[in-house]
Design a binder for this molecule. Sequence first.
Ligand code: TYM
Length: 330
Amino acid sequence: GPRVLSGIQPTADSFHLGNYLGALRSWVRMQADHDAFYCVVDLHAITVAQDPALLRERTRVSAAQLLALGIDPDASTLFVQSHVPEHAQLSWVLECLAGFGEAGRMTQFKDKSARQDADHISVGLFTYPVLQAADILLYQANQVPVGEDQRQHLELTRNLAQRFNSRYGDTFTVPSAHIPKEAAKIQDLQDPSAKMSKSQPSGVVDLLEDPKRSAKKIRSAVTDNEREIRYDPEQKAGVSNLLAIHSALTGRTIDELVAEFDGSGYGDLKKAVGEAFVEFAVPFQEKVHGYLADPAELDKVLARGAEHAREVATETLRVTYERVGFLPPL
Ligand code: TYM
């Protein structure tokens, strides 16, 4: 089947509901009929300072969560980015193709760097999206399942692929973003005008936190002063976010849910979303703990993944180096 690649950063103690519904659910779905490559992007993680022991631990916990969500290492190639050195190698070539201004227009970089003075922002944070392009192009991916916030990085990836191809001859597949319709942007429960993100902890639901705590957070989600339950992300961001979460967790359509909750109060909707989350989280957490109980086996799964990933990655890098004009070593 067609190739898929995606990645996730090991920068928190747990993935959150936005990661799951916006991206990871598609990862699991797509492995059935695609040649899928999924990586834990530890090289991306160090674009901001990380504690080394914690980074190592979070990389394992990330892999355990992916397995618990249903990533099957026999159906997909699951690996850690730093185990495949070709990512960093291709990234350098693409950095030399990307414009300084082009990279400077990335809104995630602008947002993140606006919060800090220039000497506290790493050069790596600036080149972050180019490394992401390398991740994708190295595997000749056709599809990249991500949330809405990655759209611009995918556009950059396409531009770099096309630029390389027109300068050096056809080398890279030009990938498309695969962004879900309704769960593409899960909003913060306390501030439904903002995306759910680890930098805003109060309205975030972590997959590994106590599910009772999550249900409570969902019950206290900010909505609006009306009483009507309808899907309208512009006018009713909080209610629409709850409907999107419910729909994504249960597989029922938004229309079905709106019909079911016709005449009910917001409290009923919140309670139902909380219950749907608990139903997902309890068995999920059990599975994660099962995988973490055997870290040697987990590391073996990741080693197998990296070995397979390298077979593809070394070939793409070889061709790239040749096209660029590097003298091949004897
Ligand atoms: P990361 O680790 O920040 O996020 C992982 C995935 O979760 C999605 N996401 C969301 N989706 C919906 N609603 C939200 N509130 C929400 N928050 C996060 C993100 O869109 C992402 O798909 N740059 C990537 C990591 C990366 C990557 C790649 C992705 C590195 N290399 C190659 C694809 C292909 C990122 O920020 O992930």
